[in-house]
Structure formats: structure tokens, C-alpha cells
Design a protein around this ligand. Structure first.
Ligand SMILES: Nc1ncnc2c1ncn2[C@@H]1O[C@H](COP(=O)(O)OP(=O)(O)OP(=O)(O)O)[C@@H](O)[C@H]1O
Ligand SMILES: [Mg+2]
Length: 582
């Protein structure tokens, strides 16, 4: 194939500059079948002695052709890699031997495309077919894709979630020992992975409040708003004290009931050890009792009522069940959440839509932080892929949006996760709104259709120059079509994701339920699940610095199908809001 260069039917090299070249296209090359024509995005092979250089066409023009030229057009190409000859041809990225003037060029043949995309190792997954030649399968290198994180980007409805279902199903098959943790923002993946996934929601999740670090528990107590400094100061003293008390109970058999000074135990607000809510409350009470000045007690009262309100709210049961019984269940929680042992379910789907809206951020922060810390302290003994849908919500480019600790947790995985076997997959429909440093850590990108200029320019800055030329296709890609770049793919590739079977297509649970399935129909479970979503969505969450916030809060809260003090409202404010209802 490579040794005997055929007479050029297609074109010849007329200029070489760095990693770029120009190829004069012979008239015959544009006469063939539509799929054999040279146009932008196509791969061509320049045949040199001993190798074929694979290049991608970035521009074709018939302007400025000198009179009497044998060519009908000039193609600009980027040189990407080479197929080395021999009985077993193989592809490698980068070019070691450059073409010379007059070297013949052809469209890359089906056989050559197979050589490029056929995996050398077995650690590849098949995700679809090449746009240039649908008979050639597109394989992705799992090791490279996971190790250096990946992202799926594209406007709404272009097939991101379906692509994620496809990728994860393939990854689960290729890497049975990998753990996958998926943040399912819209509760749409519940059925995609069959019996291989454990589906968690507020009804079956146990995430004890003491696992939340200081910033996270403050976010919970204050309903997603910044805390009041005086109350935070009290909390920062009583939490370590409550932790010390817990340890004291645990050790009381050995040490007797001698009182330990919390300061000598050395716990900080963030040490992940249990404490009991009764102890926390007793500590606040005790400090309040010592105060002489009545007015300074108000701060303590407010803090106490805040804690009680959240604790008694049934929507927070996943955090506060057994809050006073105690018990160090951290090992159980982690082994359940992160599937160790997997018991046939190496994947966890965390359905976020049913959680109280005001604590979703802190819940995400807790699991993301624990995923990283567990990797860190276990030296990466149990590799895990952390998949984050709607990633721009958790790691926004605008630092005033979202919850700081969640961003910190995601960016820690992005920056250091690979050292500890914690890998990241980000999915977003608004790449420009995602923290650029986090996206720059993703070495494999799957770009789907995107119309927004800002999103496109972000993408352009994230990929290599050679790949950037392909990006002009981004606005015109069809559903399921993807441009894949980076470490996971042999070359920047335009491909079409495989058809995802109906039972693996992501769908929101509400949508599934509205299609009356046989005799089940729209039963009480359907109504309850709709109510749950509805209530979650109408919980109030403060929009800082928004002057119209009070109006929104008022209307949203009064319209909510259930009014109770725990909807993330300040108890005082809640009293005010409640009045018109009476
Ligand atoms: N690979 C695929 N196989 C089969 N159907 C697909 C595939 N990709 C997309 N679709 C179809 O397109 C629809 C939209 O895809 P999907 O929900 O994955 O888009 P999305 O980009 O995640 O949208 P959103 O931003 O709204 O979440 C799907 O319901 C499905 O019908
Ligand atoms: Mg989606």
C-alpha cells in the first residue's frame, strides 16, 4: 500500500510550511462520487517514501490559481500524523518525516482510516462511526480519556445526555473495576444503566449532617444564604466542642467520665468525625446561659431556631435521621455511596431533583469532596469517575454564582484527581459559563452543536490549532454528531454517536410517567413524584443583590404548594410571609 505510490489522481504537494501544507487538486479529483471529493474536514494522505502522512483539509480555494495551472483548486491542510509502513501498518500522532514538493496526495482510504482508528490495545470503546466514512468505527482510548478527564459540550437537545449514557455504558463494560458516580441533575438517568447502577434520592440516601464541613453545614442552616457573622462565630466554637464530646462518650469506657477540654482534642470544625445534634444544641444553650446581657441572647436564639427548623423539616430527613443517636457511620456511608464492595452495582446515580433546592449545592459539595478525599487517603486504590451534568451550575466562570466549596471540590478533582484515581467528566450546555481553568484540565472534548459565539470561542481556545479549524463545523453539526478532540482520540474527528437503544436513553421520570404504561397509567405514584419535583422547585433560594428578590420570594413562596418555615427562609421572614395566608 505504502511502498508503491500510485500516480496522483487526486493532487500533489505544492507547498510545505511547518505543520501545514498546500495540495494542488487535479481536476479529476472533483469529478468522482460525492464522498470522494476533497472538502474541509476530510482526511487526506500524502504518500512519502515509507510512510503516509495523514492531514486534514482546512480550506479549499480556486482563487488565485495562476493561468495555465494544471490544478483546479488548492487545498490547505494541517499535518496530523503518519501511518508507518511495513506488513503491519500503524498510526502515530505527529509527523517525523515531512512531505516534499510533488508528493502525491489522495483521500485517506477506508483501509487507512481503519488503521488510524483501530485500537492497538484492547482498552478502547466503540462510540460511533466516522462522518467521512460511516463504515469505519470510531474508537476512544478509555485510559487516556479517563486519566486526563473529559467533557461533553453542546447546546440543548443535541444528544449530550444520550452520548453520556453511551459513553458510560461502554466504560462500565471496558472497566468493570471502575466506580462511576453520576450527578443526575434532572433525574433522567435512572434507567440507563439497568441493574449496574444504584439510584440514590432523598428517600434512600443517608448523608449524616456531621459529614458536612463547616461551610457546607452553614449553607444548610442558612438555607443557601451567607451566614450571619455572630452566629457563625458561635457555630465555629460549638461544633468542635460537640465533636470532642462525642469522642469522649466513645472513650468513656476506657477513660471514665472525666471531662475532656475540647481544645485539647484538637478537632477543627472540619474534622470528619461525628457529633450529636443534642450536644451541639446543649453547647449553644450552655453558652447562652452564661450571658448576662439579654440582647446578646437573641443571636443564640436565632441560631437555635435555625437549627431546629432544618432538623424538623421532613425534606432534610436524609441528613438528620438519628441525629441524636450518633454512631460513626462514615465507613458505611462511603462504602454505600462509592460502591465498595460493588455488589454488582459499580455505579451510583445521585438524583438531585428531589432534594430541597437550597441544599443541593452543599450535598454536591459533600459527595464531591468525599470522592476526592477518599481517593487521596486510599492512594487511588479504587479508581472512580465522577460525572457532573450541568457542570456550569457547580463550577461557574462567574465566581459570584454558585457555592464556593462545590467549585473548590470540583476543581480539586480537575487539578489533582488523576494522581489519586479520581477522574472527572463534565457535561454542559454552556461551556462559556464554566470555569475556564476546570475545562482546560479536560484533555478529551466531545463538542456537539453549539450556536453561541462565546461557547465557540472558548472551545477554540481549549483545543490545538489543528483541531481549531474543525470547529467551524460546530454550528452546523446534526443531532448525535460530535467533534472529538484530544488525548482519547487518535485524531480530531468528526463522528456520529451510535444509536442508543431506547431502554438506555435518558429521560426525565416525569416524562416517562406521562406515557401511560399498560395498566399502570397515571397513578398516585406519578402524582406524588410530580409533587415532589414541584415542591423542590418552588422552595425559595435567595438571589443576592437582587432588589426584586422580596417580591419573587413572596410570590414564589406563597404559591408554593406547601408552606412551612423550613423552606430556606429566615424564621422571622417566614412569620411575615405567613400572615397573608391566614
Ligand atoms: N445517540 C443517540 N441515540 C438515539 N437517540 C438520540 C441519540 N442522541 C440523541 N438522541 C435523541 O435526541 C434527543 C435529545 O437528546 P439528549 O436528551 O441526549 O440531548 P441533550 O443535549 O442532553 O439535551 P439537554 O441539554 O436538554 O439535556 C433524545 O431524546 C433522543 O431522542
Ligand atoms: Mg441532557
Amino acid at each position: 500500500m505504502l511502498k508503491s505510490a500510485p500516480p496522483a489522481q487526486f493532487g500533489r504537494v505544492i507547498l510545505v510550511r511547518g505543520s501545514q501544507a498546500r495540495v494542488g487538486l487535479l481536476a479529476a479529483s472533483q469529478m468522482g462520487l460525492a464522498e470522494a471529493r476533497a472538502t474541509v474536514g476530510r482526511f487526506i494522505s500524502i504518500r512519502c517514501a515509507g510512510s503516509a502522512i495523514v492531514a486534514i483539509v482546512t480550506e479549499v480555494s480556486s482563487e488565485q490559481l495562476p493561468p495555465g495551472s494544471p490544478y483546479m483548486a488548492i487545498a490547505s491542510v494541517d499535518l496530523l500524523g503518519e501511518i508507518l509502513g511495513g506488513s503491519a501498518p500503524r498510526f502515530q500522532r505527529g509527523v517525523t518525516l515531512y512531505p516534499t514538493i510533488g508528493d502525491p496526495a489522495d483521500l485517506t482510504t477506508n483501509q487507512e482510516l481503519r488503521t488510524i482508528y483501530t485500537p492497538a490495545r484492547s482498552d478502547h470503546i466503540n462510540v460511533g462511526t466516522l462522518q467521512q466514512d460511516p463504515t469505519v468505527m470510531a474508537y476512544i482510548d478509555v485510559e487516556e480519556m479517563l486519566n486526563k478527564h473529559f467533557a461533553v459540550l453542546g447546546s440543548t437537545g443535541v444528544g449530550k445526555s444520550s452520548g453520556v449514557s453511551l459513553l458510560l455504558n461502554e466504560i462500565l463494560l471496558a472497566r468493570p473495576n471502575l466506580r462511576v458516580f453520576l450527578l443526575d441533575v434532572h433525574n433522567e438517568y435512572g434507567r440507563c444503566f439497568g441493574s449496574r447502577a444504584l439510584v440514590l434520592n432523598p428517600r434512600n440516601l443517608k448523608l449524616p449532617f456531621w459529614l458536612f464541613n463547616f461551610e457546607e453545614i452553614v449553607d444548610v442552616f442558612f438555607g443557601g444564604r451567607p451566614g450571619i457573622p455572630e452566629e457563625l462565630e458561635i457555630l465555629s466554637e460549638v461544633i468542635p466542642a460537640a465533636k470532642a464530646l462525642y469522642t469522649q462518650y466513645q472513650n468513656s469506657d476506657r477513660l471514665g467520665l472525666k471531662r475532656i477540654d475540647p481544645k485539647t482534642v484538637g478537632y477543627t470544625v472540619d474534622t470528619p468525625v461525628p457529633y450529636r445534634l443534642v450536644d451541639l444544641i446543649a453547647q449553644i444553650d450552655e453558652r447562652m446561659g452564661k450571658l448576662e446581657n439579654r440582647s446578646s441572647r437573641i443571636v443564640y436564639h436565632k441560631l437555635l431556631s435555625r437549627i431546629e427548623t432544618v432538623k424538623n423539616d421532613p425534606r432534610y430527613a436524609f441528613m438528620f435521621d438519628n441525629a441524636n443517636v450518633g454512631g460513626d457511620t462514615m465507613a458505611d456511608v462511603i462504602s454505600h455511596l462509592f460502591r465498595m464492595p460493588a455488589n454488582g452495582k459499580p455505579m451510583t446515580i445521585m438524583q438531585l431533583a428531589g432534594f430541597p433546592a437550597e441544599v443541593v449545592d452543599s450535598v454536591v459539595s459533600v459527595v464531591c469532596r468525599m470522592a476526592f478525599d477518599f481517593g487521596l487517603w486510599s492512594d487511588g486504590a479504587s479508581p472512580m469517575l465522577f460525572v457532573c451534568e450541568e457542570a456550569h451550575r457547580y463550577a461557574s466562570a462567574d465566581r459570584s454564582i454558585g457555592f464556593g466549596p462545590t467549585r473548590k471540590a470540583v476543581s480539586r478533582i480537575a487539578k489533582e484527581g488523576r494522581k489519586y484515581g479520581v477522574y472527572l467528566a463534565l457535561i454542559t450546555q454552556r461551556p462559556a459559563e464554566l470555569d475556564a481553568t476546570i475545562i482546560s484540565q479536560c484533555s478529551t472534548l466531545f463538542a456537539m452543536r453549539m450556536a453561541n459565539d462565546r461557547d465557540q470561542s472558548l472551545l477554540r481556545s481549549a483545543v490545538s490549532d489543528a483541531a481549531a479549524n474543525l470547529l467551524s463545523f460546530v454550528p452546523s453539526l446534526g443531532t448525535r454528531e460530535v467533534l472529538a478532540f484530544g488525548e482519547g482520540v487518535a485524531l480530531p474527528t468528526r463522528l456520529r454517536f451510535k444509536e442508543v437503544p431506547a431502554h438506555q436513553l435518558p429521560r426525565s421520570e416525569a416524562t416517562i410517567s406521562t406515557v401511560p404504561a399498560s395498566s399502570r397509567g397515571q397513578d398516585i405514584h406519578f402524582v406524588t413524584s410530580v409533587l415532589e419535583r414541584w415542591r423542590g422547585a418552588t422552595s425559595a433560594r435567595e438571589i443576592p443583590n437582587d432588589p426584586s428578590f422580596n417580591d419573587k420570594l413572596q410570590s414564589r413562596t406563597l404559591d408554593a404548594p406547601m408552606l412551612q418555615p423550613s423552606m430556606g427562609l429566615d424564621p422571622d421572614r417566614f412569620q411575615l410571609l405567613k400572615k397573608p395566608l391566614r
